[in-house]
Design a protein around this ligand. Structure first.
Ligand code: GDP
Ligand code: MG
Length: 175
């Protein structure tokens, strides 16, 4: 519930990253508190809403998940249009997905939105035994690109709320 006088921010959030990195799983964990071991690659509805209340503002997220178009390594411009926040996801157990995440970041930067809040998410932190990308690599790339960085697991729920709260805080600050 919004407190009286509390600002309400409506923010479009887009998810980017290779197929299989866990984008849909992150959203479903955040929005529904659920995780599926066999998440369907393409689920019909790729749009979700969720509200987060902070002391300083209430943030209504309109979350755009891909419906599998990332398979072709490009997304239509309308996917990003008007986005206030972008979450770029890779899988810590796959170097290829980290390489692709860097490309997605470049593509986002080409959109030229200086105010975009950007997060780099190292997902599947529960797969530490199969880790191919060290935490420091993600951190360093994020710093170089003005993003914030977090390691998550949609499976164990580690840092999922932290991810979205941090985005909400940055959106509230930017307004
Ligand atoms: P998307 O293609 O990026 O939307 O990825 P999905 O959300 O469909 O996830 C792809 C696969 O990875 C599914 O089998 C998920 O169950 C699995 N997955 C997603 N997140 C995690 C995670 O944090 N840890 C583990 N171990 N598996 C995950
Ligand atoms: Mg998906």
């Amino acid at each position: 519930m919004a407190k009286p006088g509390n600002k309400i921010i409506q923010a479009k959030l887009v998810l980017l990253g290779d197929m299989g990195t866990g984008k849909t799983s992150l959203v479903l964990r955040f929005v529904k508190g659920q995780f599926f071991d066999h998440q369907e690659p393409t689920i019909g509805a790729a749009f979700f809403t969720q509200i987060l209340s902070l002391a300083e503002a209430t943030v209504k997220f309109d979350i755009w998940d891909t419906a599998g178009q990332e398979r072709y390594h490009s997304l239509a411009p309308m996917y990003y249009r008007g986005a206030a926040a972008a979450v770029v996801v890779y899988d810590i157990s796959s170097t290829d997905t980290f390489t692709r995440a860097k490309k997605w970041v470049q593509e986002l930067q080409r959109q030229g939105n200086q105010n975009l809040v950007m997060a780099l998410v190292a997902n599947k932190s529960d797969l530490d035994a199969k880790r191919e990308i060290e935490t420091e690599e993600g951190e360093q790339f994020s710093q170089e690109n003005g993003m914030f960085f977090i390691e998550t697991s949609a499976k164990t729920a580690q840092n999922i709320n932290e991810l979205f709260f941090e985005i909400a805080k940055r959106l509230a600050r930017a307004i």
